[in-house]
Design a binder for this molecule. Structure first.
Ligand code: NDP
Length: 478
């Protein structure tokens, strides 16, 4: 019996994807560098479906129907290159190598280009949803050639999460597009988590609401427009009582947030693209600041914190909810705008409605909001920015007063709200008629003759600052 697909790398993610494939009726050939993991999987879950046990990559390749599909799920980085190197001579033209790990999209672009020269398809797939998603239905973001998706898509769509009967999987675009979109997904996830953290801090420090009571508030929020996986699990985390001390769980956990790097990748890429992704950047920096424990200790003793007494309004909880919604929306708008910039840079035809739709299930940022985001980009008249879609223009207008109240209250009370406030600055920056960028252009022209444009004339100009300050037409030296 030929297997439909082979999986090499059977740690938790590979094993769960293999089981998910088998449970969906596909015959899966199994391989792992050390055979123990293969045998452990077969022993524990061999009854999940049809598996073919193999010990070598040659056996794995020999067990597959053509075109062969080999899914690599090993540690990201060098191990992926090493497995590709070993697989490549065993495969023939038209076969498909799939990397479903958390690879950087530039690595995927490099690998795809190298393998395309050998007539092999290389498909970088972003998989979101963690271990549980891999087993029961993740959100899947495949890149690579359209041709490879024709051979691979049906399998992936079957094992993905489904929302309203639609698979949370669609072809994203060529080469590294899938891994890029997964990376931005993770960036949005960072911002989504940070704004929830900021809401918690505001409710606790601004309104004195204890975690257990906040859990109830979050449960309520989860019934409305904020309904999402992250709000749901935050309610659970906030309501949890430490079994050792009886204190709220969030009071006994060290307040230094870890990170594995995909948020940082998103910000680096945003900087390279010149894409104003401030919400994601602030959330990555907020985690970094939280981890500077030594400096934080000194600062608590040393730095003044004069707060300004403010009356926290009765509407504060609802204000915070509305500010959270607005800030979250801006993070999505920025992430999606970054995708638009990347599509131009890399020649991808990214369909933002399909991307928003496949984030609706299986992944960490799944949220009710994504349904409306999908609709916004499915419209005939696609918005240049999510905030320009009529539904969202109105939604933000409705919550703007609360958003401003919350940010100013936070500033006066000394509660740091980097994403709430930077999202508001982004919003105001976008809509402002004149930005102080004109002053920066003046400075640049004065110290570096970098030239400037005029509001009332075509062309590029330079002022002779060191001479008589007259203006000359200049060649743009940017
Ligand atoms: P790990 O990242 O822990 O990697 C372990 C696997 O890689 C083992 O099968 C190991 O084989 C294999 N391996 C390591 N080095 C080599 C090598 N040089 N040659 C061949 N095989 C090698 O496994 P996970 O299942 O946790 O993650 C797999 C991928 O999925 C990673 O890219 C990870 O970032 C990503 N991931 C994604 C998540 C998501 O939510 N999408 C969540 C978790 C992970 P051996 O048993 O022989 O050591």
């Amino acid at each position: 019996m030929s297997a439909h697909i082979g999986v090499t790398g059977l740690a938790v993610m590979g094993a769960n994807l293999a089981r998910n494939l088998a449970r969906n009726g596909f015959t899966v050939a199994l391989h792992n560098r050390s055979v123990e993991k293969t045998d452990a999987l077969l022993e524990k879950h061999g009854t999940d479906g049809d598996f073919v046990r193999t010990e070598t990559l040659q056996d794995l390749v020999d067990s597959l129907e053509k075109p062969r599909r080999v899914l690599i799920m090993v540690k990201a980085g060098k191990p992926v290159d090493s497995v590709i190197e070993q697989l490549e001579p065993l495969l023939e033209a038209g076969d498909i190598i799939i990397d479903a790990g958390n690879s950087h999209y530039e690595d995927t672009r490099r690998r795809e280009a190298a393998l395309a020269k050998k007539d092999l398809h290389f498909v970088g797939i972003g998989v979101s949803g963690g271990e549980e998603g891999a087993l029961n239905g993740p959100s899947i973001m495949p890149g690579g050639s359209k041709e490879s998706y024709d051979a691979l898509g049906p399998l992936l769509e079957k094992i993905s999460a489904h929302v309203d009967g639609k698979p949370c999987c669609a072809w994203i675009g060529t080469d590294g597009a899938g891994h890029f979109v997964k990376m931005v997904h993770n960036g949005i996830e960072y911002a989504d988590m940070q704004v929830i953290g900021e809401a918690f801090d505001l409710l606790r420090s601004g309104a004195g609401i204890e975690p257990a009571d906040q859990a109830k508030i979050f449960e309520e929020w989860n019934k409305g427009e904020l309904a999402s996986f992250l709000i749901e699990i935050s309610a659970e985390v906030l309501g949890h009582v430490d079994t050792r001390t009886g204190k709220p769980f969030v009071d006994v956990v060290v307040d230094a947030a870890g990170q594995k790097g995909t948020g940082r990748w998103t910000v680096i890429s945003a900087l390279e693209l010149g894409s104003p992704t401030s919400g994601i950047a602030e959330s990555v920096f907020a985690r970094a600041l939280s981890s500077q424990s030594e400096q934080r200790k000194i600062a608590q003793e040393l730095l003044a914190g004069e707060e300004i007494a403010v009356d926290v309004p009765d509407t504060f909880v609802e204000d915070v909810r509305q500010a959270l919604y607005a800030s979250k929306l801006v993070s999505y708008a920025q992430g999606l705008d970054m995708l638009t910039s990347a599509a131009k840079e890399y020649g991808w035809d990214l369909k933002l409605d399909e991307i928003a739709s496949l984030w609706r299930g299986g992944c960490i940022i799944r949220a009710e909001l994504l349904k409306e985001i999908t609709n916004a980009y499915a419209a005939e008249d696609k918005p240049a920015n999510l905030l320009f879609a009529p539904a969202f223009t109105k939604a933000i207008a409705d919550v703007l007063p609360a958003w401003r109240r919350v940010v100013s209250t936070a500033v006066q009370l000394g509660i740091p709200v980097p994403v709430f406030s930077s999202s508001l600055a982004y919003y105001d920056g976008l809509r402002r008629k004149r930005l102080p960028a004109a002053v920066i252009q003046g400075q640049r022209d004065l110290f570096g003759a970098h030239t400037y444009g005029r509001v009332d004339a075509e062309g590029t100009f330079h002022t002779l600052w060191g001479e008589d300050k007259s203006e000359i037409e200049a060649v743009d030296t940017h």
